[in-house]
Design a protein around this ligand. Structure first.
Ligand code: HEC
Ligand code: HEC
Length: 433
């Protein structure tokens, strides 16, 4: 929990969708009205203290939102303080400070207004801090989604592995990797690590709603388990059983869940211990709070935020970047990092799992993925990442490619054999993503 933790302590119940929205709307109206009345007052009386705005500072509304709520805002009629303007400003701030459409952490451009409202409302749900009295735990990793998914904006990844997770499990007995929780509520003990452990970074969630729309047929068309085209790449779709069905899976770095909604409902249970009816089985936990601990519509609020997060925008596309993309294609990086997948352009993934060889073998099975199988990491947003691979072990792209073995051995060898000039172009391309 860093910067944002205090924000969600406004005591919103998970079920309080309407009140949360209403607070925002009222806050917006009141703050807006305050400025309409405050500005002429300040002009009419030269004695009235004028807000000292540095040149080029943002609009008055933004300045107000940033102001510590206790500060006296010049020109405010005293009566407004009776309306608890401070508390209003606090409620308004998360929305006012939220990124705009298309920005990192903002909604996709061009959404209908209704979906926009759901997005910004869902952002509050994403930031909501749970307590033990509301079902947090009994063991858990953190208290809100944003506690881990915060970098470089709400909905992003972890700043470093400190915001990642540890999984453990008996080595290769057929059992799945299990989350190992860092924390426990009072009266409950943390699990001890059993068998092997592996670390997983917290990946950014930007654009995942688009990846959720890729039809199964598009992934299926790319599967090549027998390597019939002889390029060494044998990607397959993962699948997951639960609720009496076995369906193709695509979310998680091991592709261990069906779709975005089921995955994030599972994250609520697995990372926070907050049970709900949307995740795959099982659905209860061992604390004193009755299950399900979060109502269905709370999960749907979180889903509305994650689903509509804009994909990361590209950096400037120069001639070098274009030439670098050609090198990327020539080395057959695109054999896995597909520029186009069904209707989605620019994610640079095939959403298939690949055996990446011994260097990336965690020794832990997850769903159908073996220790060495990983879902092709989407490369959009790469320029916002400081380190690479599922446990951030690689400080540079070159090191990440030294770990590309198994099915990726040929393209990775070709990368290491590149002439200096071509390598520079390829890195320029990757740096534009
Ligand atoms: C303790 C840190 C932590 C918390 C809290 C957390 N996550 Fe995550 N999240 C992770 C990690 C680590 C992964 C990668 C898991 C994997 O690869 O299997 C992940 C993966 C995801 C993914 C899938 C990403 C992908 O590329 O397929 C989604 C979606 C997601 N989280 C949403 C959420 C939501 C919504 C919440 C709150 C209900 C949440 N997470 C809470 C750490 C966290
Ligand atoms: C056989 C499929 C495959 C091929 C071919 C392949 N990759 Fe990857 N790539 C992956 C997988 C899977 C991962 C994720 C591995 C992990 O997280 O441990 C990955 C991760 C990466 C990452 C790190 C992304 C991140 O989010 O940390 C970069 C950068 C990358 N690949 C670049 C390339 C380049 C450049 C090429 C061509 C030289 C290439 N890859 C070829 C499958 C492939």
């Amino acid at each position: 929990m860093r910067a944002i933790s205090g924000r969600s302590s406004t005591g919103r119940r998970p079920s309080a969708r309407a009140p949360a929205l209403a607070t925002l709307v009222i806050a917006a109206l009141i703050i807006g009205a305050s400025w309409v009345t405050a500005a002429p007052a300040a002009q009419a009386s030269p004695q009235a203290p004028t807000p000292s705005e540095p040149a080029g500072s943002p609009s008055p509304g933004r300045r107000l939102a940033k102001e510590p709520p206790q500060a006296t805002v010049a020109g405010f009629p005293a009566a407004w303080s009776d309306l608890r303007i401070d508390a209003m400003a606090r409620a308004w701030q998360p929305l006012w400070m939220a990124p705009r459409p298309g920005e990192l952490g903002g909604p996709t451009v061009g959404l209908p207004w209704r979906t926009l409202v759901d997005f910004y409302d869902g952002r509050l749900a994403f930031e909501r801090v749970f307590t033990a009295a509301e079902g947090l735990g009994p063991t858990y990793n953190d208290v809100s989604c944003v506690a881990c998914h915060s970098h470089p904006a709400v909905g992003g990844g972890g700043r470093d592995m400190g915001q990642g997770i540890t999984v453990h499990g008996p080595p290769w007995t057929g059992g799945d990797a299990m989350g190992l929780h860092k924390r426990a509520i009072p009266g409950h003990a943390k699990k001890q690590a059993a068998g092997k452990t592996a670390r997983l970074r917290t990946p950014p969630l930007f654009g995942l709603g688009l990846l959720d729309t890729v039809p199964e047929s598009a992934r299926q068309a790319l599967e090549d388990p027998q390597d019939t085209n002889g390029d060494g790449i044998r990607g397959v779709r993962a699948s997951r059983s639960g609720d009496g069905v076995d369906k193709p899976a695509r979310f998680g770095q091991k592709s261990n869940d069906w779709d975005l909604r089921t995955f994030l409902a599972g994250a609520m249970v697995d990372e926070m211990g907050v049970t709900n009816t949307i995740r795959r089985e099982p659905r209860g936990d061992a604390d004193a709070i009755a299950d399900p601990e979060a109502p269905r519509h709370f999960v749907l609020r979180v889903d509305a935020f994650v689903r509509n997060l804009a994909p990361p925008a590209r950096g400037p596309i120069t001639a070098d970047v274009r030439a670098g993309e050609a090198v990327f294609a020539r080395l057959n990086c695109v054999g896995c990092h597909r520029p186009q997948l069904g209707p989605v352009r620019g994610a640079y993934t095939d959403l298939l799992i690949h055996d990446m060889g011994p260097a990336l073998d965690s020794g832990l099975k997850d769903g159908v993925a073996t220790g060495a199988q990983w879902r092709t990491a989407p490369l959009w947003g790469l320029r916002h990442r400081a380190r690479y691979l599922h446990d951030e072990r690689a400080p540079s792209v070159a090191v990440a490619l030294a770990m590309h073995q198994g099915e990726a051995a040929k393209p990775a060898a070709a990368f290491h054999a590149l002439a200096q000039a071509d390598r520079r172009l390829l890195l320029a391309f990757l740096g534009s993503l």
